[in-house]
Design a binder for this molecule. Structure first.
Ligand code: DGL
Length: 257
């Protein structure tokens, strides 16, 4: 079992930002990544549709023998992870906006969260905000339109910068000192974000924390791969996009399904 791969899925290339952290912490683990670009973006989908997509992606990864699945997407995690855990009998790890560290460390008492409409409207986001950030002001902003541009590889053109200026100005005006990236696609545009944000605003994502959590769960379930041999990393995509190859520096095999 420990030789079996870790599975990942997202609505395209965003979750690769999380895959990279996991790969760097757990280089000997075999991994399978499913870029479900055909259903992108997830952010505006109904709960029912998202559940259907998440079940289908998980079934695909289970058929490939995955021992654990990382839902490398904030939207699918906040909307579906509990249902996935109930339905399938392997461990699931998710990712959600890092509100807790942002709320603990803010000096201005104001935290910005840039995420999809689905994530911001989810019960899990509401619960986490109430639990960890009840004493700070959260400025929520949906990043509508960002994911489709990122999926087309338009990560630093005028189009994305104009959208970002509009979305981030609200937060700058409100005097936030932390910006939480609540979507796994957004680390891919960190350069464009940093050009717009004043240096006083710290950008936070929790990819590293999720990688550490993955290691813990593998250890606790005794399914960590102790063989120190080079791992097998396979990428599947259901679209023709060449962006995925670029993101992984064309170092790994990509199979079109
Ligand atoms: N990368 C995903 C997330 O973290 C999905 C974004 C989308 O497809 O709208 O939310």
């Amino acid at each position: 079992m420990s030789n079996n791969p870790i599975g990942f899925f997202d609505s395209g290339i965003g979750g690769v930002t999380l895959w990279k952290e996991v790969h760097s912490l757990l280089p000997y683990e075999n991994k399978i990544y499913l870029a479900d670009s055909i259903n992108s973006p997830y952010g505006d989908k109904s709960d029912k549709k998202l559940e259907e997509i998440s079940f289908k992606n998980s079934e695909f990864l289970l058929e490939k023998g995955c021992k654990l699945i990382i839902v490398a997407c904030n939207t699918a995690t906040t909307k579906c992870i509990e249902k996935l855990r109930k339905r399938f009998h392997i461990p699931f790890i998710g990712i959600e906006p890092a509100i807790k560290p942002a709320a603990l460390n803010t000096k201005t008492g104001k935290v910005g969260v840039l995420a999809t409409k689905g994530t911001l409207g989810s019960d899990l986001f509401y619960k986490t905000s109430n639990k960890h950030a009840s004493s700070v002001k959260i400025i929520e902003q949906s990043g509508r339109g960002l994911v489709p541009l990122i999926e087309q590889g338009k990560m630093d053109g005028d189009e994305i910068k104009n959208l970002l200026k509009k979305y981030l100005q609200v937060m700058i005006n409100e005097n936030v000192d932390k910006l939480v990236l609540g979507c796994t696609h957004y680390p891919l545009i960190i350069k464009s974000i940093s050009e717009i944000l004043p240096e006083t605003i710290q950008i936070i994502d929790c990819n590293k924390a999720v990688a550490i959590q993955t290691k813990k769960v593998l250890e606790n379930n005794r399914i960590i791969n102790l063989n120190k041999i080079e791992s097998n990393n396979i990428f599947y995509t259901n679209s023709e996009s060449s962006i995925l190859g670029k993101i992984i520096d064309n170092k790994f095999n990509i199979t079109k399904i």
